[in-house]
Design a protein around this ligand. Structure first.
Ligand code: PLP
Length: 237
């Protein structure tokens, strides 16, 4: 397909996804405006990622820090916000922070400490979600469920970080019902943590749901869905 047709396809995909997101929100009595679509760019190069703002999507997610640097430099649109959704090694924090609006994938205390230190040095703040391995899969990164309540008592240790919620992926092997259980567990964990944390911290965000399960995630309270394959459907060779 020629580039204009591919861009048209991207617009159609985004519109179809947003329609389904809105339906899922209404089904569960929520306002569609309360759920943000983060378009994941990991399947495409910087040139295609740069089509997103023109197609009406300014919340962009990338899982690899190095790819994020390249793509963020190529997408020179000031309205765009970048979300890191994959593991961040501590030696890449300094170079990654300036590009980021959000990190969804903060998965250890060591990373919280290192982010705090770098954000302090740069006199900046960063919006953070804590990644929880709700499905308890050994191959996944993230805090365990048992880590979380003790952590909520200590949020004041990281004053440069705006800890705004939780992120999770549903179990790899599982149907929609299993995904629903994982998502509702994340929501309940968030509610329990909110009761433990310092009052100035508001855990409003639940980043959960991908191409295969974003509607279920929204029904269970997702405020951000991270969608890749469905966004680029028909554009990948
Ligand atoms: C790749 C990825 C996504 C998007 O997955 P799709 O199934 O392609 O929509 C979401 N979240 C994370 C953390 C990812 O790595």
């Amino acid at each position: 397909m020629a580039t204009p047709d591919l861009r048209e396809r991207l617009v159609e995909n985004l519109s179809r996804i947003r329609g389904r997101m809105a339906d899922a929100a209404r089904r569960s009595g929520r306002d569609p405006a309360d759920v943000v679509l983060v378009a994941v760019t990991k399947y495409v190069d910087a040139e295609q990622a740069a089509w997103l703002p023109g197609a009406g999507c300014c919340e962009l997610g990338e899982s690899r820090p190095q790819s994020l640097w390249t793509k963020a430099a190529a997408v020179a649109d000031p309205g765009v916000h970048w979300h890191l959704i994959g593991h961040l090694q501590r030696n890449k924090i300094r170079r990654t922070l300036p590009w980021l609006s959000w990190i969804h994938s903060v998965d250890s205390r060591r990373l919280l400490d290192a982010l705090q230190q770098e954000a302090e040095a740069a006199a900046t703040r960063v919006r953070v979600l804590l990644e929880v391995n709700v499905a308890g899969e050994s191959a996944k990164t993230g805090f365990t469920l048992a880590d979380m309540l003790p952590l909520a008592d200590q949020f004041d240790r990281w004053p440069r970080l705006r800890i705004e919620g939780l992120m999770a992926m549903a179990a790899l092997e599982g149907d929609a019902d299993a995904a629903r259980r994982d998502f509702s567990q994340l929501r309940e964990l968030r509610d329990a943590m909110q009761r433990h944390c310092p009052p100035h911290i508001q855990l409003q965000q639940l980043s959960m749901g991908m191409s295969g399960d974003y509607e279920v995630a929204i029904e269970e309270g997702a405020t951000m869905v991270r969608v890749g394959s469905a966004v680029w459907e028909g554009l990948l060779t």
